[in-house]
Design a protein around this ligand. Structure first.
Ligand code: GDP
Length: 477
């Protein structure tokens, strides 16, 4: 065991002890909500919390359906080192006159919801009511995809990044960075300005890979695209160099500078996130913008596939750490959810779910992930559309209808953000394997809709109750 890992282990143990002490007094679920930027985390958490606080009609959520949920309220969160999830602000923007989607996740945050309930058994009920704390931890999926860096040297990482960037569709987006990189000599004396420029061009390349039409998923280091509180920090001024995985750098060289920065990033950014937050979760939902990946084509699907294998690998790591062995905390349920299902007609919801299920089962097999219950579903946290049938000379079309956001367009028709429109969103292939082979490329038509008018206590949704039952249902024994 290295000194580094001894320190890390004791850090987990200290954190685990605090969680354990809290867990001793009252049961709690620590639910991680993650997904790449724009996957729908903020909307999901806001809708989830609202549904639980308002005791909305959620047919599949059994404890609620049986009338056993007595009271639900927000409480101060247990961890003082995390910002609070801005629930009230997000709700206000959704329900305000302007009907705006809330500000997306930029960094980690937390919210504690407490639920009092009547226990299931008559015997337990005669003693007292049950109480469950649900700690929701919202964090960028980009940070989760950083965890494999803990097991890679700078040289191995550089080599892997360079190799990937020379393949389609990345290579066309890497032009500027590649050109600059060819002028950098890893053995030359370290040059701070060159490191900063390389980091900037590398970040530009990563964000080009993230654009809707390319929709790649696996783009570490996560803080380059989602810096959180590290915006502008020197910790982010490194980039890959064109070196072999076993290269050795002389002290004072450009290579040595980059290697040192990479190691600082891993030890000061990736590890604290892993040990301080990720390793203490015991439930997890991973939100996936599967439709964008399917629409972008086979490269995006393959990249998503690789990202899911990495995600599974991180959960496997989480299941075997000291917190879980000593204190019994481990991720025991993981839900993968394809979000924004309301952008498709309901005839495609099951197809979307089947595609995700196949991807997830391939990934869990590949990562040899065992131990936790895994499920996959297609959902919409807040349904912004309704369904309509449009008759035209060429036939009938199953459409979705809502208020497209100002500036959105279909063909030459430009929307003003006020009028409603029915849009044919396209359809998914009937066979999930065909979709994964890229057959859905370009077949879907996306329009961003404004949130619906949200006045009722139950927000319109698709399959949120199934998600809640899977993630939290066993918390009300
Ligand atoms: P985050 O980056 O993961 O926090 O993503 P957000 O929750 O902010 O969602 C990003 C965008 O996706 C929102 O601004 C909405 O435009 C859209 N979105 C999220 N959830 C839904 C949904 O259930 N239905 C629809 N139609 N759009 C959604």
């Amino acid at each position: 065991m290295t000194w580094d890992s001894i320190v890390d282990t004791s850090r987990i143990a200290a954190g685990g002890l605090a969680d354990f002490a809290t867990g001793l007094t009252e049961p709690s679920i620590r639910l991680g909500v993650t997904g790449l930027s724009r996957a729908g985390k903020t909307v999901f958490i806001t809708a989830l919390v609202h549904a639980l606080l308002k005791q909305a009609r959620l047919p599949v959520f059994e404890a609620q359906n049986e009338g056993r949920i007595l009271k639900a309220y927000l409480e101060p969160q247990p961890n003082d080192d995390l910002p609070r999830f801005a629930y009230e602000q997000h709700l206000a923007s959704l329900t305000g006159d302007e009907r705006k989607w809330p500000q997306s996740t930029r960094q980690i945050s937390q919210l504690r919801l407490t639920i009092e309930y009547a226990p299931e058994s008559f015997f337990a009920r005669t003693f007292s009511n049950g109480k469950l704390h649900i700690d929701i931890i919202d964090y960028p999926g980009e940070w989760l995809l950083d965890l494999p860096l803990m097991q890679q040297t700078y040289q191995q990482w550089s080599h892997a990044m360079l190799t990937a960037s020379r393949t389609e569709p990345r290579v066309a987006l890497a032009n500027d960075w590649h050109q600059y990189l060819s002028s950098l000599d890893p053995t030359a004396p370290a040059d701070e300005n060159a490191a900063v420029t390389a980091a900037k061009l590398f970040t530009d390349y990563l964000s080009a890979c993230r654009q809707q039409e390319v929709s790649l998923s696996s783009l570490p280091p996560g803080r380059f695209l989602m810096p959180g509180d590290l915006e502008g920090s020197p910790l982010l001024s490194f980039a890959p160099l064109d070196v072999t995985p076993d290269a050795v750098f002389a002290s004072g060289s450009m290579g040595a500078l980059m290697e040192r920065r990479y190691q600082s990033y891993v030890s000061r950014v990736v590890k604290p996130f892993y040990f301080g937050h990720f390793a203490r979760l015991n439930r997890q939902i991973v939100l996936v913008d599967l439709m964008s990946a399917l629409n972008a084509g086979v490269h995006a699907v393959n990249d998503l596939r690789g990202a899911l294998v990495d995600v599974m690998g991180s959960f496997r790591l989480g299941a075997n750490n000291l917190v879980s062995t000593v204190f019994g905390r481990r991720i025991d349920k993981v839900l993968f959810a394809a979000t924004k299902a309301d952008l498709l007609h309901h005839q495609s919801h099951d197809k979307l779910e089947a595609i995700l299920r196949l991807l997830v089962s391939e990934a869990s097999h590949k990562a040899e992930f065992q131990g936790a219950r895994i499920d996959a579903l297609a959902l919409s946290a807040i349904r912004a559309t309704q369904e309509a049938t449009v008759k035209q000379k060429s036939g009938e079309f199953s459409c979705i209808a809502g208020t497209p956001e100002a500036g959105e367009h279909v063909g030459t028709e430009l929307f003003d953000g006020k009028s409603e429109a029915a849009i044919f969103p396209g359809d998914l292939p009937g066979h999930p394997q065909a979709a994964l082979q890229g057959l859905a490329q370009g077949t879907l038509q996306f329009v961003k809709f404004r949130p619906p008018v949200l006045t009722a206590e139950t927000f319109p949704h698709i399959r949120m109750d199934r998600a809640i039952e899977f993630l939290l249902g066993d918390g009300f024994p």
